[in-house]
Design a protein around this ligand. Structure first.
Ligand code: SF4
Length: 373
């Protein structure tokens, strides 16, 4: 019996055809997002505003589109231009950012706005390498701004684009080792015409059709070019190297409530995790629970501390944090201990907590501490 004839695919997705199919699909199926310009309006010389593209790309790092939209809309309402954002106080920016996580991005966002205004006269540079000199703009964001806002031939490669590329080319090498190769392959597809739409089309395809677990290959405009689909291995790609287990750290937080209704908060140092944000003073976060006496010795005020039952758990990218929380009501005359680092502390009215630059973790700690006993 003769061998069953199998469909022969070219060795690689055939650049121009793949691009044309994807752009056609994007013209009709693109996601409407508040920072975008509709593809068909481009012919009428409407380009995406670099400020909005930059802002959205910074917000979208490590976060979902759904989570970002309300933040993006609030930011452009309060600060409609890069000049307005540059003139804002850093604390206002951090407070508006609270809840989006990775607060160093908010500090860099503000620093970048100032640099664009002070060094570049309020105009974002258009070349990828110049964009990369700005605070908080890495290779991905520079390529995204260059392609989407300026029509430069650049290839932003995020998780969606990595996944689509790994599947299109059936790359079996696991991530993160395969990153460089995936970037190279994605760049081979990037067209000189409409590179920004192409980049956004790859992102949209990854977000809506070529999804991580169950790609909808039957609905995909690139099905006939896709090597992973032809080999039946789409859902297995991209392969990922085994990840080390996330360690847990432990600490004790102290919520001091003053008799006049104010709460003691401390500003974290600028460098590092949650840098520059306000926090409920706590012990260092260490590998195991501290003995109660050791923890209480690090309290910010000498007082009768009461342990709130339960604990607060928060998961960061590289570790899981579990905090016990102590609470005390203290007089207005209460003095801060050496451990509180008084120069970084402030007493904030409870009614102002909502507007303060508090990360989600600290909001959880306060909620936990103030729950009725
Ligand atoms: Fe992804 Fe399937 Fe399309 Fe290939 S055919 S790009 S695996 S959705």
């Amino acid at each position: 019996m003769g061998a069953v004839a199998r469909k022969q695919l070219p060795l690689r997705p055939s650049g121009p055809d793949t691009v044309a199919q994807l752009l056609d699909w994007y013209d009709s199926e693109h996601r409407d997002l508040p920072w975008r310009v509709k593809p068909r309006t481009r012919g009428r010389s409407l380009r995406a505003d670099p400020y909005r593209v930059w802002l959205s790309e910074i917000m979208l790092q490590q976060t979902t589109v759904k989570a970002v939209i309300p933040y993006f809309e609030r930011f452009v309402h309060i600060w409609p231009t890069v000049e307005a954002l540059a003139a804002a106080h850093l604390d206002e920016v951090l407070a508006a950012w609270a809840g989006l996580g990775y607060y160093s991005r908010a500090r860099n966002l503000h620093a970048c706005a100032k640099t664009v205004v002070e060094v570049h006269g309020g105009v974002f540079p258009r070349a990828e390498d110049e964009l990369r000199t700005l605070p908080g703009i890495g290779p991905y964001t520079a390529a995204a701004i260059a392609a989407i806002a300026f029509g430069e031939k650049a290839t932003p490669v995020d998780g969606n684009v990595e996944r689509v590329t790994a599947r299109l080319f059936a790359v079996r090498q696991p991530l993160p080792g395969a990153k460089k190769e995936l970037k190279r392959l994605a760049a081979t597809l990037t067209p000189a015409r409409r590179p920004g739409d192409f980049a956004q089309a790859m992102m949209d395809l990854g977000a809506t059709i070529c999804t991580p677990r169950r790609p909808s290959c039957l609905m995909c405009p690139l099905q006939s070019d896709c090597h992973a689909n032809a080999r039946g291995i789409a859902a297995e790609l991209p392969a990922k190297a085994a990840r080390a287990e996330r360690p847990t750290r432990y600490g004790v937080a102290f919520l001091a409530l003053r008799e006049d209704g104010r709460v003691l908060l401390r500003r974290r140092v600028e460098a590092g995790l949650l840098g520059g944000m306000l926090e409920v003073p706590s012990t260092p976060w260490v590998d195991q629970w501290m003995a109660a006496d050791d923890a209480l010795a690090a309290a910010p005020i000498d007082s009768d501390w009461w342990m709130v039952p339960g604990s607060v758990v928060h998961v960061f990218t590289h570790f899981r944090l579990e905090l016990m929380v102590y609470r005390a009501i203290v007089p207005e005359s209460a003095e801060l201990t050496f451990w509180a680092e008084p120069e970084r502390c402030q007493w904030l009215q409870r009614r102002d907590l909502d507007r303060a630059a508090l990360p989600s973790l600290m909001k959880k700690v306060i909620q936990h501490a103030l729950k009725p006993s």
